[in-house]
Design a protein. Structure first.
Length: 165
């Protein structure tokens, strides 16, 4: 059983409902959602001509190997209408594997830890809320320490509350 941290985001349609639907689909006997962060609203980073995102982080207990977890995530994203038309463009749902225990994975399909985690406040802010003292397996710095270096980026905590099914 591994602890995996996932980052979820949505900026198309009913963003709150999309995040809740993703959480419900993730929950399974081999993937149990244990903690949900607050929901944060953030501006898009790379492709700026799109609506703001709602983002959150999940702590999960996972019996799936990383590539199997990625396959599950891809299936859930497709079921929820994710279309990859514009790179880094608008999306109904985006689910990223941020950390998977202390594992480091580099394949053509998957990199863990997420390769840009350390520079993205929209991922670090919710992750720091549920796992501030977890260390990045390559940088050996805590999530709290990494978050402090993204102070120039905005992430606004919302009043939205999502639930573990």
């Amino acid at each position: 059983m591994k602890i995996a941290y996932l980052g979820l985001g949505s900026n198309v349609g009913d963003r709150e409902a999309m995040l809740q639907a993703a959480i419900e689909r993730l929950q399974a006997p081999d993937l149990r959602v244990k903690k949900i962060s607050s929901v944060y609203e953030t501006a898009p980073r790379d492709f700026r001509a799109q609506p703001p995102f709602l983002n959150l982080a999940l702590e999960t207990e996972c019996d799936l190997f990383p590539l199997k977890l990625l396959s599950r995530i891809d299936k859930i994203e497709r079921e929820l209408g994710r279309q990859r038309e514009v790179p880094k463009g608008p999306r109904s749902i985006d689910i990223d594997i941020l950390l998977y225990g202390n594992s480091v994975v580099h394949t053509a399909r998957l990199e863990i830890p997420h390769p840009r985690l350390f520079e993205r406040r929209f991922a670090l802010e919710p992750l720091a809320e549920i796992a501030p003292d977890v260390r990045h397996p390559q940088l050996r710095r805590t999530i709290r320490e990494l978050l402090a270096e993204t102070a120039n980026q905005d992430a606004r905590k919302t009043s939205i509350t999502l639930r573990i099914p």
